[in-house]
Design a protein around this ligand. Structure first.
Ligand SMILES: NC(=O)c1ccc[n+]([C@@H]2O[C@H](COP(=O)([O-])OP(=O)(O)OC[C@H]3O[C@@H](n4cnc5c(N)ncnc54)[C@H](OP(=O)(O)O)[C@@H]3O)[C@@H](O)[C@H]2O)c1
Length: 229
């Protein structure tokens, strides 16, 4: 039984992770702004729904303290919570306030949760793993279509946060890897996305389950392919 922490666990990819992890018997701390909508355990695992707003330092600290009351270690922190920036903002319609809000959730949020849970990750018997749900949209090399002034750089910066955490975690056995889940049929991805939530989460779980120092600091697609920065 592994101990997982999942952020943004009330819908989309996060809710599916909770379903699959609990079905296979893991212990899941599921953070959400609306914990009442976190899925109940679908199997032999245990799900603890907890309030979490990743923009709010106090909320993140209270979340970590609540987790520490039940467990002395965390095996995997899944930084999944994220927001888009509307409809692919162009230069004329990008709003600086929105850009800061998107960074607060997508970039600073994972840093807040990683820092708050660092002590519990250090105690993981086989080395703590931090998995960030990033996006190919954050790849500078892949940016052919332009636009999305808030979301794209928020994920580029998240990739750097992940790399820094990998370097700092290395002497302590903590790994940190950024993943692109594919274009997935969620509220964010929309109905035209080619991948189902089940396919994406199945692929990601196979990767995160074997996340180790060889992929720490890397940027991987759900297929396992290494992506260009
Ligand atoms: N779907 C795709 O095609 C795709 C592609 C690339 C990357 N991603 C990434 O995958 C991750 C999951 O996205 P998704 O597709 O599952 O999107 P989603 O269905 O829109 O779900 C987003 C989740 O993030 C949560 N969240 C947003 N702001 C939060 C905050 N301040 N504090 C805590 N939770 C917050 C949402 O909670 P509320 O219900 O409270 O808003 C929701 O649970 C995101 O990081 C996204 O950028 C998705």
């Amino acid at each position: 039984m592994a101990v997982w922490v999942v952020t943004g666990a009330n819908r989309g990819l996060g809710a599916r992770f909770v379903d699959v992890l609990s079905a296979r018997g893991d212990l899941v701390f599921a953070g959400a702004r609306d914990p009442a909508h976190v899925p109940a355990s679908g199997g032999s695992g245990v799900v603890h729904p907890l309030p979490l707003d990743v923009r709010d330092d106090r909320s993140v600290l209270a979340f970590a303290e609540a987790i520490a009351q039940t467990t002395q270690h965390v095996d995997v922190l899944l930084n999944n919570a994220g927001v888009a920036d509307g409809r692919w903002s162009s230069l004329s319609d990008v709003d600086p306030e929105t850009m800061l809000d998107v960074f607060d959730v997508n970039t600073v949020g994972p840093l807040r949760t990683s820092r708050a849970l660092w002590g519990l990750l250090l105690n993981a018997p086989e080395g703590g793993r931090i998995a960030h749900i990033s996006s190919l949209m954050g790849s500078i090399e892949d940016c052919a279509s332009g636009r999305s002034y808030a979301y794209r750089p928020s994920k580029t910066a998240l990739n750097m946060v992940s790399k820094i955490l990998a370097v700092e975690g290395q002497p302590h056995g903590i790994t940190s890897t950024a993943y692109h889940p594919g274009w997935v049929k969620t509220d964010m991805g929309g109905e035209h996305a080619p991948l189902t939530i089940e396919e994406s989460v199945g692929d990601l779980l196979r990767l995160i389950d074997r996340q180790n120092p060889s992929v720490s600091g890397g940027f991987l697609e759900h297929t396992g392919r290494t992506l260009p920065w």
